[in-house]
Ligand binder design. Structure first.
Ligand code: C2E
Ligand code: CA
Ligand code: CA
Ligand code: CA
Length: 276
C-alpha cells in the first residue's frame, strides 16, 4: 500500500510538472503570437430584435496556433492577463476593430472587450482617443464591454476613468450581467449604456421553464428604467429568439444570426441593412 501511495504521489507530481511546463510553453508561444501574425479578430453581428437590422458587431480575438490549431480566448486571455501580455493584445484588438469598423456604414457600431487590467491602466482613455482619431471613427460608434472585474481592483481612479470615457463619447456595456455577486451595485456606480444579459439565462430559455424568462424580464425592466439598452447573448434557436422578442430585449447576439466571422464577412453583413 505504501509503494502504491508513493507511486501515486510521484505520478501526481509528474502531472503537476507537465501541466506547469505546458503552461510555460503556451505562455512563450503567446508572447510571440502577435509578432508572428497568429492573432486575428473575428466579428459577430448584434442585431435589433425589431426589424432584424444589424446594429453592430462584437470583436472577438482568435489565435491560430501553428501546431495546436485554434485556441479559444477563454483559454489564452486569462493567460495573457496573468503574464502581462493583455495590454499589447488588447490594444491590437482595439486598433484592428476600430480600423475595420471605420469601413462600415456610420450607424453600425463595434463592441470591444476591455480587460480590467486595460481599464485600470491610467493611459486607457488616451489610448482609445488616439485609436479613434487615427482611423476617424466617431466615438459613439465604439462600445466598450466591461465586466464587474473592473470594480474588484482597488483603484481610486475608476470613477474618473468612467467619467472621462463618457466625456470622450464612447458607449459602455456591462458584460455577462447576472453572473457576478453584486451587479446591481455596479449599475449604480457607473454610467452604462447597455446591459448584456449572460448566455446562462438566455440559451434554452424557451424550453427550460419560466425561471429564466422571469429573470430576463426583470433585467429588461431594470434596464429600461435606467435608460439602458439590452442585448441577449447566446440565442441559438427560433424559440429562444421569439421569447427574447416577447420579453422586450432590444438586441440579440447569437449563432442564430451569425457566428463570429472574418472582417470581409462583417463588412458584407454591415452593408446589407437587413438579413433574411
Ligand atoms: P464574451 O465577451 O461573453 O463573448 C461572447 C462569447 O459567446 C463568444 O465566445 C461568442 O463566440 C460566444 N457566443 C455568441 N453567441 C453564441 C451562441 O449563440 N451560442 C454559443 N454557444 N456561444 C455564443 P468566444 O469568442 O469564445 O469568447 C469567449 C470570451 O473570451 C468572451 O466572452 C470574452 O470574455 C473573452 N474575449 C474574447 N475576445 C476578447 C478580447 O479581445 N479581449 C478580452 N479582454 N476578452 C476577450
Ligand atoms: Ca463581451
Ligand atoms: Ca458576455
Ligand atoms: Ca462570457
Amino acid at each position: 500500500a505504501k509503494a502504491a501511495g508513493r507511486g501515486k504521489h510521484c505520478f501526481y507530481e509528474q502531472s503537476m510538472h507537465s501541466e506547469a511546463s505546458d503552461r510555460q510553453i503556451l505562455e512563450n508561444d503567446l508572447r510571440q503570437a502577435l509578432d508572428r501574425g497568429e492573432l486575428w479578430v473575428a466579428y459577430q453581428p448584434i442585431v435589433r430584435t425589431t426589424g432584424e437590422d444589424v446594429c453592430g458587431f462584437e470583436a472577438l480575438v482568435r489565435w491560430n496556433h501553428p501546431a495546436r490549431g485554434p485556441i479559444g480566448p477563454d483559454k489564452f486571455i486569462p493567460l495573457a492577463e496573468e503574464c502581462g501580455m493583455i495590454e499589447k493584445i488588447g490594444t491590437f484588438v482595439l486598433r484592428t476593430a476600430v480600423k475595420d469598423a471605420a469601413t462600415w456604414p456610420d450607424p453600425v457600431r463595434i463592441a470591444v472587450n476591455l480587460s480590467p487590467i486595460q481599464f485600470n491602466n491610467p493611459n486607457i482613455v488616451e489610448t482609445i482617443s488616439a485609436v479613434l482619431n487615427e482611423h476617424k471613427l466617431r466615438a459613439g460608434r465604439l462600445e466598450l464591454e466591461i465586466t464587474e472585474g473592473v470594480f474588484l481592483a482597488d483603484n481610486s481612479a475608476t470613477d474618473e476613468t468612467f467619467a472621462n470615457l463618457k466625456a470622450l463619447g464612447v458607449r459602455l456595456a456591462l458584460d455577462d450581467f447576472g453572473t457576478g455577486y453584486s451587479s446591481l451595485g455596479y449599475l449604480k456606480k457607473a454610467p452604462f449604456d447597455k446591459i448584456k444579459i449572460d448566455q446562462s439565462f438566455v440559451r434554452g430559455a424557451a424550453s427550460t421553464g419560466s425561471r429564466n424568462s422571469a429573470i430576463i424580464r426583470a433585467i429588461v425592466s431594470l434596464a429600461e428604467s435606467l435608460g439602458m439598452d439590452t442585448t441577449a447573448e447566446g440565442v441559438e434557436t427560433h424559440d429562444d429568439l421569439q421569447l427574447i422578442r416577447e420579453l422586450g430585449v432590444s438586441q440579440v447576439q447569437g449563432f442564430i444570426f451569425g457566428r463570429p466571422g472574418d472582417a470581409t464577412a462583417a463588412a458584407e453583413y454591415a452593408s446589407s441593412a437587413t438579413i433574411e
